[in-house]
Design a protein around this ligand. Structure first.
Ligand code: GLU
Length: 528
């Protein structure tokens, strides 16, 4: 059987997460590909919360998903928060919708009631376990040995139902059929039905399982394309049969199963544990497990710009066929196409991720960075910066901060790098690397800096160019090479051997701070 979906309907895609924890970067990439496809085709991007498995409910996880999407600029057109014509968008609030479809399937002979207790299911797994079949499944063979509406008489079934006996509804997988569909990334994919077990569709508490709910909601919400992670490929035959059995084949979405994001070293899916092991984030934003209190760092808090995060995710398993690597969201929307998504998994490379961030910081106008930098400096406790307040409302001159950002951004890979690179513009360094000055220090240099401080004190114009000129004149008069004086001066102003041009720094921190810092280091050197 080959099922092909009609292409003439409006593009409507969905991201359908189960809110069970932090959002893995693979999950955000799934959102992104959905979003780009929707925007490219003038369609709708729907966020649906798949929370029918109440045992996996994690407080805060749904809010986290919304915060992550907001941070990335991937705003849904319809969602539990944004509303929409197909509300509610939270499956737990749609419980009443699903039962009728489960019954329709039972009545048509494509599903059945199963009354087996958890103990009986455990027993089945032990009893039928063999070397060839170490984990027996409830399938076309074993269902004949279990307590269900296929093995019990109609009267027995009616009596059990009337007595309110707990039961589930299972799909009746055909014995010998091949289910074939066209995946937009993988091409034709086939499954033999004998390989797939009789999945539960409706649970004893009346809640649908994911399998039933995803099909019913994709149908009711008029989803045209269903893009999801490769881990859902084995479920596709169940879903495709459900579309057929419910009589909706003509409306079935086109499928694309996105390749996995792989570990940088070795094989297999990149996991949170790999990130912990190798020291990089895997989640989009910080996530604190409400049960254990364990905190997992996110890309945002590690100091990534959302533009860089989105850009690097897009290029994990996709490219536009050229060498272009830096894309804005608008460019991605224009360039994106599903047929350029690779079939194979994409190895995650953190060094490359850092490169994207560095490029984005380099290219950003200071104005685009100023609030995030102010927040980062506040987080690091830099004098004058207050968390939650923009640079304008904190005690800092916004113009000054913009100038500093322009001067140092080329040196920053992560937002956190603005702390060492920018803090000394606003506060006297807490420590000075005098150990790097000492080996070549002598009385002549000491005299020189005493002179320099004096000359700076009486200077009328305070501009980088003049400050450099003054230094060179005094050096020449004392027969010193300016080159030998740059390192000590830098350490005096910055605290260490880094930072932009030393006279630019002096100009920005101003006359008093420059002189104070020179004299402070001279006194440290004197006492050593
Ligand atoms: N609820 C599934 C998940 O958590 C969604 C799979 C799908 O998109 O069909 O990934």
């Amino acid at each position: 059987m080959i099922y092909i979906c009609s292409m003439d309907k409006k593009v409507r895609v969905r991201f359908a997460p189960s809110p069970t924890g932090g959002l893995h970067l693979g999950g955000v990439r799934t959102v992104l590909f959905n979003y780009l496809f929707a925007k490219k085709h003038g369609g709708d991007f729907i966020l649906r919360i798949e929370d029918t498995d109440q045992s996996r409910f994690v407080p805060g996880a749904e809010e986290y998903i919304f915060n992550t999407l907001a941070w990335c600029g991937l705003t849904p057109d319809e969602s539990p928060v944004h509303g929409g014509p197909h509300a509610p968008y939270r499956q737990s609030e749609r419980k009443a919708t699903y039962k009728q479809y489960a019954e329709q399937l039972v009545n048509a002979g494509h599903a059945y009631y199963a009354f087996d207790t958890p103990e009986e299911l455990d027993q089945m797994r032990v009893q039928y376990k063999t070397e060839e079949n170490p984990s027996p499944q409830y399938n076309h063979v074993l269902r004949a040995k279990m307590r269900n509406s296929l093995t019990l008489s109609a009267d027995e079934v009616a009596a059990l139902l009337a007595a309110g006996t707990p039961h589930v509804v299972r799909i009746k997988m055909p014995l010998d059929e091949t289910v074939t569909f066209t995946d937009m990334i993988r091409g034709e994919v086939s499954f033999h039905t004998s390989q797939v077990d009789d999945k539960v569709l409706l649970k004893a508490d009346g809640m649908p399982t994911y399998h039933l709910a995803v099909v019913v909601d994709d149908y009711l919400m008029k989803i045209s394309h269903a893009f999801r992670g490769e881990e859902w490929l084995p479920s596709a035959p169940v879903h495709i049969l459900l579309w057929q059995y419910l009589g909706w084949s003509a409306e079935m979405p086109q499928w694309a199963h996105l390749p996995l994001i792989l570990k940088p070293d070795g094989n297999g899916k990149l996991s949170k544990r790999d990130g912990d092991r190798l020291g990089f984030p895997v989640f989009a934003m910080d996530w604190t497990d409400p049960k254990t209190g364990e905190k997992t760092i996110g890309f945002k808090e590690r100091g990534f710009l959302s533009e860089a995060f989105v850009n690097l995710l897009a290029l994990l398993g996709w490219n536009d066929g050229t060498d272009q690597e830096i894309f804005t969201m608008e460019e991605l929307i224009r360039a994106f196409s599903m047929d350029r998504v690779h079939k194979g998994g994409a190895k995650f490379n953190y060094e490359k991720a850092l490169w994207y961030n560095q490029e984005w910081i380099k290219r950003a106008a200071p104005e685009q960075l100023v609030d995030q930098v102010a927040e980062t400096l506040a987080g690091a406790g830099v004098e004058g910066f207050v968390a939650g307040e923009s640079a304008a409302s904190a005690g800092v001159d916004r113009e000054l901060l913009l100038r500093v950002i322009q001067l140092v951004k080329e040196r920053c890979t992560l937002l956190a790098d603005f702390v060492p690179q920018a803090a000394f513009f606003f506060a006297t360094p807490a420590a000075f690397d005098t150990a790097s000055i000492q080996p070549k220090w002598n009385d002549q240099k000491n005299m020189f800096f005493i002179e320099l401080a004096k000359a700076y004190e009486s200077s009328v114009v305070w501009e980088a160019h003049d400050l450099e000129k003054t230094l060179k004149e005094i050096a020449a008069a004392q027969d010193l090479k300016p080159g030998e004086l740059m390192l000590p001066l830098r350490i005096m102003l910055v605290g260490g051997k880094f930072g932009p041009g030393v006279f630019d720094i002096a100009e920005i921190i101003g006359k008093q701070a420059t002189i104070d810092r020179i004299r402070k280091v001279l006194s440290i050197l004197e006492h050593n």
